[in-house]
Design a protein around this ligand. Structure first.
Ligand SMILES: [Ca+2]
Ligand SMILES: [Ca+2]
Length: 285
């Protein structure tokens, strides 16, 4: 079963690569503070996401300035479109932090799929005083082949999760977040997510439900208070994803700076967000 699903994921990755190759978009857009017009994306430019293979694909981001190391509060957000949720057996990652090298797993916090049921997801947080706890959703709370926005917050007393802005789980937890590593990862904990990930955001504050709802379906400017990392994955090619929050925490695809077997694949994205940050907030159900 698992081998069959893996082939399906690999096929989708190949198809996405073909679409990328034939779209005529061959130049990665270098984005960042030096080019404000590109910081939030151009409405006329193609939107891309990254396709992960259900096995070992990853993106690693080094926290250059320590700005991705949290104390007592943080928020992690991502849009995901799973192409398989069948199976169990290992923690599959969406975004995680507290990681030392590409051979070990994230230890400090992780938005991930349950190792007992990939249709469940949660946010796990480890603290110095309380150890590790996870706020898990119920089963079948992830929707196959549909875009959905996932958010998790930790505020020093609770771990909260939201899907499309609606509360999913709440677990009491407390203490200072462990900081055992200087990297964060996209798409992997022990093994990889299967499907598309787009629009990853990290905040060093616990966002409220109203704040999550108001921002989930539109692009950000990049300078919002508390925003410490923002990756739109719109480069469309190459080995790096750029941080649009202004901290230069760029991510590297796969296990090496060159093309390698652990690179996720670039895929055209139809993530349902408004492409201009000045549009009015939109809440999706
Ligand atoms: Ca994108
Ligand atoms: Ca690589």
């Amino acid at each position: 079963m698992r081998a069959h699903l893996f082939i399906g994921c690999a096929f989708l990755a190949s198809l996405a690569l073909l679409l990328t190759t034939t779209s005529g978009v061959t130049t990665a857009q270098r984005t960042g503070a030096a080019n404000p017009g590109h910081r939030t994306g151009d409405a006329a430019a193609a939107d891309y996401a990254l396709q992960f293979d259900f096995d070992d694909d990853l993106v690693s981001v080094r926290s250059h300035l320590g700005d991705l190391e949290f104390d007592y509060a943080f928020t992690v957000e991502a849009w995901v479109k799973p192409s398989s949720l069948a199976g169990m057996g290992s923690y599959k990652g969406i975004v995680c932090g507290g990681f030392n090298d590409t051979t070990s797993r994230c230890g400090d916090w992780k938005m991930h799929l349950s190792d007992g049921d990939y249709s469940k997801w949660g946010l796990g947080v480890c603290t110095w005083t309380k150890g590790c706890e996870v706020a898990y959703s119920g089963t079948h709370s992830l929707l196959l082949d549909q875009w959905q926005h996932l958010a998790g917050t930790y505020d020093g007393s609770n771990i909260l999760t939201y899907r499309n802005g609606t509360p999913v789980a709440n677990f009491p937890h407390s203490g200072h977040v462990n900081v055992g590593g200087e990297y964060i990862l996209f798409g992997i904990v022990e093994t990889s997510f299967c499907g598309l990930i787009d629009e990853v955001r990290l905040w060093d504050v616990a966002r409220s439900q109203a704040q999550i709802q108001s921002g989930l379906a539109r692009v950000l400017r990049g300078d919002e208070p508390g925003l410490v990392g923002y990756w739109r994955f719109n480069e469309g090619s190459g080995q790096e994803v750029h941080d649009l929050a202004g901290y230069d925490n760029y991510g590297r695809l796969g296990a090496s700076p060159d093309s390698d077997a652990r690179d996720p694949q670039w895929a055209l994205s139809d993530v349902p967000i408004l492409r201009h940050p000045l549009y009015l907030p939109l809440v999706v159900k």
